[in-house]
Design a protein around this ligand. Structure first.
Ligand SMILES: [Zn+2]
Ligand SMILES: [Zn+2]
Length: 392
């Protein structure tokens, strides 16, 4: 089959590799019909997430049709059209039983590696996202092995197009959980979203769906801001305005009640803090550039929530913890418990409340993945979200 492979830092290839086979009787094989490139894949491209190996198959946002099932699979069958959350969960361990699917105890065979880096924890396995997170082959390919199939596979029965349900694998639930974590008081609260990439767009729309009185989106890329404006949000271009001043003015001096950092570890930005972050990150002294998080904390109103769907991988420096403490802020973060959200958000799509395909700017055959990773990384050609067809 053809698959998108990580070949080294900033080097992506599309090559022919062996088809996947069932390894456990709880697995299924899925013929992938659509797959997307995620913002978090860019952290693999540029080598910020450790433990990638040459030849690893990328991709954690994909869907398709089941073509083979193991003997122990009982809830799905050959021919089912399914989507899979990007994180893997066993469904039976204590965290899974509590709905904390992204903290599954059993889906990451390399959990000791993760524990050495992150402490007494076991991050769940992820499709196509380094050996630290289990070394599972990803779905930017013609076929993929799906472990824990009874828990992982969500059948799609309606006649919605692939591009309307594909983002239930990650970015829609991720944006939604970020907004839900804010505990928005409907009709009252103002929510500011830092970063108008795909997750930021879904976080902003989810904040609207959850009743936010006003949503403000901050970025520097005009077409991303325009997409947010089209949905009725106020926008701030941080290259043209001082973000903290603009947010202060937009909220009568109170600050947004909740802020969402939908940028994560590679934030751009201004000021001495941002320059120092970049220098430290280049020297590998600190892993993460945290301009967006700093703004999210500094701008947030007293008693508010700072919600962090953006990915962080390591240590951070110059975190304004005193500001968070002084204002009594709540910080919420972490991988999305995607499995929780697939069905309720699918209902919202089926009910016509949202059509997630609004975010797509590029559609192409899988063979164009190497170029499109770069187009997406460099935010060229108006690129916001890329969907790939493995069979075109
Ligand atoms: Zn993703
Ligand atoms: Zn589990």
């Amino acid at each position: 089959m053809r698959a998108v492979l990580w070949q080294g830092t900033n080097h992506i290839g599309v090559e022919t590799v062996p088809d996947p086979t069932l390894l456990l009787q709880s697995d299924v094989i899925v013929r992938v019909t659509s797959t997307a490139i995620c913002g978090s894949d860019l952290h693999l491209l540029d080598g910020y997430i450790p433990s990638m190996e040459k030849g690893d198959i990328l991709g954690h946002e994909f869907m398709g049709e089941i073509v083979e099932v193991g003997r122990d699979v009982s809830k799905v069958k050959v021919g089912d059209r399914v989507i899979m959350p990007f994180n893997l969960a066993c469904g039976v361990c204590e965290p899974c039983q509590r709905g904390l699917f992204s903290a599954c105890d059993n889906s990451n065979p390399n959990h000791r590696m993760a524990e050495a880096l992150y402490g007494a924890t076991s991050a769940s396995g992820l499709f196509g996202y380094s050996h630290l997170f289990g070394g599972y082959a990803g779905g930017q390919a013609q076929f993929v092995r799906v472990p824990f199939a009874d828990v992982s596979c969500f059948p799609i029965q309606s006649d919605l197009r692939d591009d309307q349900v594909l983002f239930l694998t990650d970015i829609f639930p991720t944006g939604y959980q970020a907004a839900e974590n804010c505990g928005i008081q409907p009709g009252r609260d103002v929510v500011a979203v830092f970063g108008a990439g795909p997750v930021g767009q879904f976080a902003a729309r989810s904040a609207q769906m959850l009743g936010a009185a006003h949503v403000i989106v901050i970025d520097r890329v005009p077409e991303r801001l325009a997409l947010a404006e089209a949905a009725g949000m106020q926008t701030i271009n941080y290259e043209r305005e001082d973000v903290l001043v603009a947010l202060h003015e937009a909220t009568g001096g109170r600050g947004p009640d909740h802020t969402i950092d939908a940028v994560g570890l590679e934030a751009h930005g201004h000021g001495p803090g941002a320059l120092l972050d970049t220098a430290e990150q280049k020297l590998r002294l600190s892993f993460d550039r945290i301009t967006a998080l700093r703004w999210a904390i500094l701008s947030c109103a007293k008693g508010g929530t700072v919600s962090m769907p953006g990915v962080y991988g390591g240590l951070v420096d110059k975190l304004p913890l005193g500001s968070a403490f002084g204002k009594g802020l709540t910080l919420k973060m972490g991988q999305t418990h995607t499995h929780r959200y697939v069905r309720p958000l699918l209902s919202r799509i089926e009910g016509g409340e949202i059509d997630p395909s609004f975010v797509i700017t590029h559609r192409a055959p899988l063979s164009q993945a190497p170029d499109l990773y770069k187009t997406f990384r460099d935010k060229k050609d108006g690129c916001i979200k890329v969907v790939l067809d493995p069979w075109a």
